[in-house]
Design a protein around this ligand. Structure first.
Ligand SMILES: NC(=O)c1ccc[n+]([C@@H]2O[C@H](COP(=O)([O-])OP(=O)(O)OC[C@H]3O[C@@H](n4cnc5c(N)ncnc54)[C@H](O)[C@@H]3O)[C@@H](O)[C@H]2O)c1
Length: 304
């Protein structure tokens, strides 16, 4: 992160725009120059803006500076979002959750099991209250926190050492399939799926020092997790629903320090997210109707 970004957020006035068009939210973030380029397209509305960012507040700051205290001028009331990958108030998942909440959406989050206790405790004790503040002064309400480990699709996939790991003790129904079943039982459906999670155990290792195990772990946690979430959520996604994933510029440029297969994982994630569009045409008409408009359009404002 550059010094200017670390020091705070300054909206770069270049070309913020809000326009109406169907589609979906995509984000591309460059760690090196601290620019975030985002196209956020919810049903009928699209927003794009480039800005300098402070990680925990980027989207909401963009909204409040661009759109005023009322937040993003779209109405997501009656829409329900599931954000996978929120375990504190410092990540993109949190910021996206705030942006969606500011637009009126109901917020559900999926929190990695080992981080669940501390996140729920902090939430309960009000540690996040300051950062829960929305542009209109109200506090973001997280309606439900689901324990999630997106590396596992169903209970049969969970190895014994994980089952008996004390960091997983006390939590249940946290595989992707079980989480989606719980969401269906609790709420019936969702409208927006946000994939904001990644994990690469060997991220600090250059590619040629990366083990097969580390590489595959990065792909599993950072790419296939999106495929799995989409597979399972699609049947309970309302018509016009939207899905997003967050990528990184290392998917297409060599970025030193982003190793361990993580750059490949991001390339795969982009491809898989794009392929959601194709997958849509291979779905049954009913599923197509559920999926709604295109799944992803990559927008690389950094290249402009
Ligand atoms: N931070 C950056 O500079 C940057 C740049 C480009 C893209 N991104 C992407 O943004 C997304 C969010 O990352 P972030 O920067 O907010 O970091 P973060 O650490 O706040 O978010 C990642 C989340 O993933 C969760 N997670 C890890 N493994 C998981 C699993 N198996 N199951 C469920 N949850 C799991 C973690 O608990 C964490 O909450 C990621 O896809 C990341 O690659 C981040």
């Amino acid at each position: 992160m550059t010094a200017s970004a670390a020091a705070g957020v300054q909206m770069v006035a270049a070309r913020p725009c809000i326009s109406a068009s169907p589609g979906i939210l995509t984000a591309r973030v460059s760690r090196t120059d601290c620019m975030l380029s985002t196209t956020a397209t919810f049903p009928k509305i699209s927003c794009s803006w480039p800005l300098r960012f402070k990680r925990n507040d980027v989207v909401v700051r963009a909204i409040s500076e661009e759109c005023g205290p009322q937040g993003l001028p779209i109405d997501l009331r009656g829409k329900r979002a599931f954000i996978a990958g929120v375990a504190d108030d410092n990540g993109y998942g949190w910021a996206i959750a705030k942006a969606l909440a500011a637009a009126g959406a109901e917020i559900l989050v999926g929190t990695w099991v080992p981080a669940l206790n501390i996140f729920e405790t902090s939430l309960r004790r009000g540690k996040f209250d300051e950062s829960r503040k929305l542009p209109d002064g109200s506090l973001m309400d997280i309606v439900k926190v689901y324990p999630l480990d997106a590396v596992y699709d169903s209970p049969d996939d969970v190895p014994e050492d994980v089952k008996s790991n004390k960091r997983y003790a006390g939590a249940s129904n946290w595989t992707v399939k079980e989480v989606v079943e719980s969401v269906r039982n609790d709420f019936g459906s969702i409208d927006i799926l946000v994939h904001s999670l990644a994990n690469g155990p060997e991220v600090t290792k250059p590619l040629l020092e990366t083990s097969r195990r580390g590489y595959l772990a990065a792909i599993s946690a950072s790419s296939y997790s999106y495929v799995s979430l989409l597979q399972h959520f699609l049947p309970i996604m309302n018509p016009g629903g939207a899905s997003i994933s967050l990528t990184y510029i290392a998917s297409e440029r060599a970025i030193p320090g982003y190793g361990g297969g993580m750059s490949s994982a991001k390339a795969a994630l982009e491809s898989d997210t794009r392929l959601g569009e194709k997958a849509k045409s291979e779905l049954t008409p009913y599923q197509q109707a559920l999926l709604g408009a295109e799944l992803l359009r990559q927008l690389d404002l950094l290249r402009r």
